[in-house]
Design a protein around this ligand. Structure first.
Ligand SMILES: [Zn+2]
Length: 459
């Protein structure tokens, strides 16, 4: 049977299965849903077997299991892809803002509404449907395929990290195909070839052994909150440029061809202002907004606290001030170097009479970059263009994708994003939805990706 014919004949059944999948309240952040996560994993196990995958099992990760299946019939000359998605979802509250209950999947206005339907149950289900339908219609796949669907993505995949390390042999592949994430603009397929990394610091500044009376000592002793805010103000210029010595050292320039592609993207400052819900953007005009968002590093204060915050007035001179800050890193920067430079800056700019203590540092995720002409990128563009009927564009993302880095670190393979969600799908918000057009396109995209990547891999 032709694949297109198979998909037409089985579309209703597949959408019903997607609704069953989305009805599990698999909220990983809440202990009360532990059984729902296990039930959802069990359903997935059956589903993977039903698609014709072999060696289907639940991999114990210490927390919520990872559903695994494989099809290795393409032969040793064909590449092996590791397809990734997650079955856990964000909490659904506030429940009263949902038009229909979050775990009663409902189709209206050409979309299915449910918590987690777009992040990431719909996209991973569609990718699996592309694999299973091809297998059913054609009896084989152009690539060897391994599938992992985890249950702790919304908890930052810590246990997946250890699991992949332990199961390197089982999970060995040439490429991670990550179905999580969203396009740049609704219905506009995009392939990110760069991701920012992240480091963080918490610090405390102390100016006295204890809080002091501002009448008795005001004017003669330093105030920890003034010392702290003055110190923090030295980190960044008003336009956002980071003033730490050597902060931009090593930052790789973006290839001209990529910059030209960004300029042509259907995304302007007004869109980004609207997405963020802010009256004005910071910085610019050079580097451009997209460069600042995707290929420039940042430093942001995430929290500043200290002193008296209760009701009324307390005339105190605080002895301590605290702050948390984080940096987004770009290709060419190293996490340890950036942390060291920011700490050196903080030490140098701490005034006499104040004591700086670095409470903690975090090396979160390193930045990642993929050559725009990598076979996986070429194949993803071909597949998305065919699947969505619209030219897929190259972009970068300002965020980090931990699983890409985890897989790179343990399996030594690159990752490509094969998303099918749109930024307007209400990720993590009430009335989250996944359009049926995205579903159909997502199924076709994976079916197209397998032969496209097999061909690109052969060169
Ligand atoms: Zn997700």
């Amino acid at each position: 049977m032709e694949l297109a014919e198979y998909l037409r004949a089985h579309r209703e059944r597949q959408l019903e299965e997607l609704a069953t999948f989305a009805a599990f309240p698999s909220v990983s952040a809440l202990d009360e849903h532990r059984q729902d996560l296990l039930a959802c994993a069990g359903w997935l196990e059956q589903h993977l077997a039903g698609l014709g995958l072999d060696n289907v099992q639940l991999l114990e990760a210490g927390g919520n299991p990872v559903a695994y299946g494989e099809w290795l019939g393409a032969g040793s000359d064909a590449p092996t892809i590791l397809v990734y998605g997650h079955y856990d979802v964000q909490p659904a509250d506030p429940f009263e803002l949902w038009t229909t209950p979050p775990f009663t999947p409902t189709v209206r206005d050409g979309a299915m509404f449910a918590r987690g339907i777009s992040d990431n149950k719909g996209p991973i289900f569609a990718a699996l449907a592309g694999i299973g339908s091809t297998l059913a219609a054609e009896g084989r796949l152009a690539c060897n395929v391994k599938v992992i669907v985890e249950g702790e993505e919304e908890l930052r995949s810590d246990r997946l990290d250890a699991l992949i390390d332990r199961r390197r042999d089982l999970l060995a592949a040439d490429l991670l195909v990550n179905t999580d994430g969203a396009f740049l603009a609704p219905g506009q397929p995009s392939v990110p070839v760069g991701l920012r990394g992240m480091v963080a610091i918490e610090l405390t500044l102390t100016t006295a052994a204890g809080d002091l009376h501002s009448g008795l000592f005001g004017g003669v002793v330093p105030n920890a909150l003034h010392a702290l805010t003055q110190l923090l103000a030295t980190l960044r210029a008003p336009d956002g440029r980071v003033l730490v010595d050597g902060f931009y050292d090593g930052v790789l320039p973006v290839p001209e061809a990529e910059l030209a592609a960004w300029a042509a993207l259907p995304l302007d400052d007004a869109d980004i202002r609207a997405q963020a819900g802010v009256p004005a953007l910071m910085g610019g005009p050079e580097p451009s907004t997209l460069e600042r968002q995707w290929s420039q590093p940042t430093l942001d204060l995430n929290g500043v606290w200290g002193g008296f915050q209760g009701q009324g007035v307390k005339t105190v001179i605080p002895a301590q001030g605290h702050a948390k800050l984080s940096c987004r890193l770009v290709p060419g920067q190293r996490m340890d170097e950036v942390l060291a430079r920011v700490i050196t800056h903080l030490e140098r700019h701490t005034r006499d009479g104040a004591q700086l203590r670095i409470v903690s540092t975090l090396e979160g995720t390193p930045p990642m970059v993929m050559p725009a002409d990598h076979p996986a990128v070429t194949a993803a563009r071909t597949a998305l263009t065919a699947g969505f009927g619209r030219e897929a564009v190259l972009c970068r993302l300002g965020v980090s994708v931990p699983v890409n880095e985890i897989v790179d670190r343990h399996l030594g393979i690159p990752a490509v994003q094969l998303a099918s969600s749109s930024p307007t799908d209400a990720f993590h918000a009430p009335d989250e939805h996944f359009t049926l057009a995205s579903f159909d396109a997502g199924v076709r995209t994976m079916a197209e990706f397998l032969p496209a990547y097999a061909a690109a891999h052969r060169g």
